[in-house]
Structure formats: C-alpha cells, structure tokens
Ligand binder design. Structure first.
Ligand code: MG
Length: 314
C-alpha cells in the first residue's frame, strides 16, 4: 500500500495512492464505512500510531474501493498537492552518516584524509522544521551557506513502539519506507566542529516522500536500487545492499536504551556521488531540479530556489 498525505483544499489528509492518477481519501471513506469501527485519522501519523487494526481497516477500504463502492471518496491526483507523508514529525528525524563504503571513500579523497570506516553507526538528526514535501523548493540561503549538497537515502518509518529492539525482531517495528534527501550545507558541516546537526538542520533540508510504502511491499530493504539526478544528470547510482549497517542492525543500535515510536523516521545513509566529492565540486543552485528514486518506493523531485537573507519567518 502506498500511503500519502495530500491537500485538496482542506489541509493535509491521509490518502492511499490507488494508481498514478487517483487518491483514495481515507477519512472520507471511513465516514462511509462505520462498520470498520475506526474514527477518522486526521493524519497519516495518527493512522500509523493506531497500529495494525487501523492498517487492516484501510485494507478493507481498499477492497471496497476496488468493488467500486467508494467512488465518491476518490480524488484526482491532479486536483491535490502531495505533501511530505509526515509533514511535521513529532521529534527530530533520525539519520545515519557514513553508511556506504564508497561514500566514505569519496569523502576521504575530497578531504585528503585517511579512509576510516565506522565501527558503530554514526547517528545524528534533523529537526522537524527541516521537512518539506515533493515539489517544494529546497531553499538556498546564500548568506548562510554556499555549499548546499544532496544525499538520497532510504528512510525507515517506525510502526511499533520499542526499546532495545533486537535485529532479529527489527522488522516487526517497521511500518514502511519512504525517501529522504539529506540536504547538507557542507560549509556549516565542516565549520561547526565536523558534527552534523547544524549543517544538516537548515529549513527545507529534509525533502521527504512522495509516499510511505508499507513494509509488506518491500521484500528486502537491503536490495533496492537508489539513485539521484540533478537536472537529469545521474549523480548517485547505488544499491542499499552496500550499507555497512543494514536496516535491522541500525534499528537495534539506535533503540539501545532509546525508545522508538510510531511515526519516527530513520534515514539510513547515502551512497557515493555527492556533489562536494566530485572532481570539480558541484553544489545546488537556484533553478536546479533534484530527483531521488528508490526501487519500489517512487521518485521524490524538488526544485532548488535561492532565498534572500532579508526574508524572515514571523
Ligand atoms: Mg546523509
């Protein structure tokens, strides 16, 4: 199932992408199916939070829709805006740095430092204010950073609360998967002691989407082609099999003494091909278009737009 958050004039609502052009409005369909015993969700995050019974109810709605019973609750995709699936996460988005050998190697070459592979996952996070949706502009604030870079990443969406989760049970805690572009201000990342929060936490630095694909649809998250293009030029072309710490190990490590909750997001690191490590470093600029694609999940496309320093958010 491909779950989305869409806005067709009523604010963000949970939906199911039925095909390339049609959304099922989940809350509108629930109103027509009181026998399912589910109150409206209000958000995709709430749907995830309500657990397996909620997902089972949505599956029944899909069956009803397939029988043509819910046509009034179908929304043409062309009449809606697709938002980030979780537009405002309840906490920071967890991220993993340095999780693909080739990416670490290109970074070592670019910085002329020795190749040093991590013994344990390198975790950091991005604040909720960094999240933007498909087609929203990645802002380049040139007074703040002139070295904005991209990183396509598989993101895990947690579905079941847990702490000290063993790798062997990790997938019981996974709701599904989406795509995150870990947009990074390289100059800030270097300037602030080499730690990641500042350089990776700017507004708009966490494009997410377009959908959350439920776990059952991805047979093996460790066997997915993962690619990124800038203006149609293929820059990153990897496979999630090349992660140093695969998804289950990341969940085990992150959840040690730290509770993971439904709707939490974990971006799992990027393959090689980032802009700063190119032989002629390339950074994102006004007018660029970045497209991220992960096999079985979809394509996340964002333009890039320069934003002046005088522009403040009240
Ligand atoms: Mg990253």
């Amino acid at each position: 199932m491909r779950l989305i958050t869409f806005d067709a004039g009523q604010g963000g609502r949970p939906g199911v992408a039925l095909d390339e052009s049609t959304i099922l409005d989940v809350d509108a369909t629930l109103a027509r199916a009181p026998a399912l015993g589910q109150a409206s969700f209000g958000s995709l995050h709430e749907l995830i939070d309500r657990g397996p019974a909620a997902l089972a109810a949505v599956e029944q709605l899909l069956a009803m829709a397939a029988r043509g019973e819910l046509d009034a609750a179908k929304v043409p995709l062309a009449e809606a805006r697709v938002l980030a699936p979780i537009p405002r996460p309840a906490k920071n988005v967890f991220c993993v740095g340095r999780n693909y050998v080739e990416h670490i190697a290109e970074g070592a070459r670019a910085q002329r430092i020795a190749l040093d592979l991590p013994e344990f996952p390198v975790f950091f996070s991005k604040p909720p204010t960094a999240v933007i949706g498909p087609d929203e502009a990645i802002p380049v604030q040139i007074e703040v950073s002139t070295k904005i870079d991209y990183e396509v990443e598989l993101a895990v969406v947690i579905g079941r609360r847990g702490r000290n989760i063993k790798a062997s049970e990790a997938f019981d805690h996974v709701f599904g998967y989406t795509i995150i572009n870990d947009v990074t201000a390289r100059d800030l990342q270097r300037r602030h002691g080499g730690q990641f929060l500042k350089g990776k936490g700017l507004d708009g630095s966490c494009p997410m989407g377009p959908a959350i694909v439920t776990r059952d649809e991805i047979a093996d998250p460790g066997q997915l082609a993962i690619r990124l293009w800038v203006n149609g030029e293929l820059r990153q072309d990897g496979n999630t099999r090349d992660m140093i710490f695969p998804v289950a190990e990341l969940i085990e490590s992150l959840s040690e003494g730290l509770t993971l909750e439904p709707g939490d997001l974990l971006a799992t690191g990027t393959p090689s091909g980032v802009g700063y490590a190119m032989s002629e470093p390339q950074f994102l600029k006004d007018g660029d278009v970045v497209a991220c694609e992960i096999e079985g999940i979809g394509k996340l496309v964002n333009p890039v737009a320069e934003v002046g320093a005088a522009r403040r958010i009240a």
